[in-house]
Design a binder for this molecule. Structure first.
Ligand code: PLP
Length: 447
């Protein structure tokens, strides 16, 4: 969790340093590290559907935390925040217009995910959908084999997002056995350990991410799912960081439940989807009205759902455009190459081949990520840390710990996550700013 309690590490607006001590030293470092061309703003205004007005002159490299809402998405939502306020459950024409909009969005999301529209359950975001998937599977475990043990074991990975980790921890407290499968130093899943864990007849289900939010490392969910199928074990996939970055093709995947969240692909926050394959043994989390075919009670967030549909349609189009995909990877690789070449004692964390194209996790050995983020933020560059601040002390992230990174590497890990709206100019500005920032920090906070 972040200092502000959000589920994903966000770009902080750091408080202005006051008083003496290390913060004062950092402030001094900022003044000195700032190149003169950064004073008075960044040259070169942004163009395109994500307007400069939205990004506000920032260089936003924190797209795994959240993405700006696309202008077309915003326009699609607008009527449902204004005049078209009908309740989709109302029988009158006004309500039915809202119903139609929700169903169109369901179709758009289904096209994007590659599933049937009837399999899409709208939720309040990725966290709710992960909770619904896990708690819903736990509420309806497969029956034990004759003479076999009760199914009370869940297999997961050691690098899950807190939406999955915390939900599994909650189940562990009520008697479930949770088996986290480890990763290697590149963040790749230990498939042998997984195969052997699946032999346990008490396994009820498997819950794992597709792409890692901190490193971008991709798990081979097709191979994992095949193994799960061989053992008759249902498989929940948290695809929040994969959606919009990889084609999902749910229908062809050995996956039973899949989770996505709109704000990770230029849709609004607070809306997501749980895709439940037909015939899956699963119980709804939220009970109430008959909405979402009785799989998620509660009046629908119509504007949010419409926005998610519009964002899904745009993301599906972008995924089909190899140039758009290549551009993100090109800027990410440029940033990575530039940092590694210009700054000593740096390394990229995670498998550089099996990785989503927008993410790089770079360690600046011997430094604290928070200090680097502070100085970056003061130059209007937004990134995020591989470390969360807990009561004043910095804990390296569980992901980097699971990858067995030495502490002095893990503490200085910064995640840069791009979108298709970043420009080469922004990458070059970041590359121009970083060496001075790191040099100053290494000067004032020697290790
Ligand atoms: N799962 C992963 C991998 C994530 O990165 C996130 C958000 O950062 C979530 C789940 C939670 O999604 P939401 O922010 O929509 O609750």
């Amino acid at each position: 969790m972040t200092r502000d309690g959000t589920s994903e590490r966000a770009c902080y607006k750091f408080p202005r340093p006051k008083g003496r001590g290390p913060i004062e030293a950092l402030s001094w470092a900022v003044g000195n590290a700032r190149g003169s061309h950064f004073r008075g703003g960044r040259p070169g205004a942004r163009r395109g559907p994500i307007a400069a007005a939205i990004i506000n002159g920032m260089i936003y490299l924190d797209n795994n935390a959240t993405t700006p809402v696309h202008a077309d998405v915003f326009e699609a939502m607008r009527p449902f925040l204004q005049d078209q306020f009908g309740n989709p459950s109302s029988a009158h024409r006004f309500g039915q217009q809202a119903r139609q909009a929700v169903e169109q969005a369901r179709y758009q999301v289904a096209q994007f995910v590659g599933c049937k529209a009837a399999e899409v359950v709208f939720t309040s975001g990725g966290t709710e959908a992960d909770n619904a998937a896990i708690l819903g599977l736990a509420a309806a475990p497969p029956p034990p084999r004759p003479g076999g043990p009760e199914k009370r074991t869940i297999i997961t990975s050691a690098v899950e997002h807190s939406a999955v980790r915390e939900t599994l921890e909650y189940l562990a407290k009520s008697g479930w056995k949770v088996v986290p499968i480890g990763v290697d130093t590149d963040g790749r899943l230990d498939m042998n350990a997984l195969a052997s864990a699946l032999r346990d007849p008490s396994v009820a289900f498997l819950s794992m991410m597709w792409a890692n939010n901190e490193t971008g490392v991709i798990f081979d969910v097709a191979a994992v799912g095949m193994l799960a199928r061989q053992h008759g074990v249902p498989f929940h996939v948290d695809a929040v960081q994969a959606a919009g970055k990889l084609p999902l093709h749910f229908a062809e995947q050995p996956i039973d439940l899949l989770v996505i969240s709109a704000h990770k692909f230029h849709g609004p926050k607070g809306v997501g989807a749980l895709v439940v394959r037909r015939g899956t043994r699963w119980q709804p989390l939220l009970r109430g009205g008959p909405q979402e075919r009785q799989r998620r009670g509660g009046t629908e967030n119509v504007a949010g759902i419409v926005g998610m549909g519009a964002a899904a349609a745009l993301a599906a189009k972008t995924l089909e455009d190899p140039q758009a995909q290549a551009a993100v990877a090109e800027w990410r690789d440029r940033l990575e190459r530039g940092v590694l070449a210009a700054i000593a004692q740096t390394q990229v964390n995670g498998d550089r081949v099996h990785r989503v194209s927008n993410t790089t996790n770079i360690s600046f050995a011997g430094l604290e990520a928070e200090a680097i983020l502070l100085l970056l933020s003061q130059q209007d560059i937004c990134a995020s840390a591989g470390a969360a601040c807990a009561s004043g002390s910095l804990e390296p992230s569980h992901v980097l710990q699971a990858m067995h990174l030495p502490e002095r590497i893990a503490h200085g890990a910064i995640r840069f996550s791009l979108s298709r709206y970043n420009t080469r100019q922004e990458i070059d500005h970041t590359l121009a700013a970083l060496p001075a920032i790191i040099a100053r920090l290494r000067e004032v906070l020697p290790v």
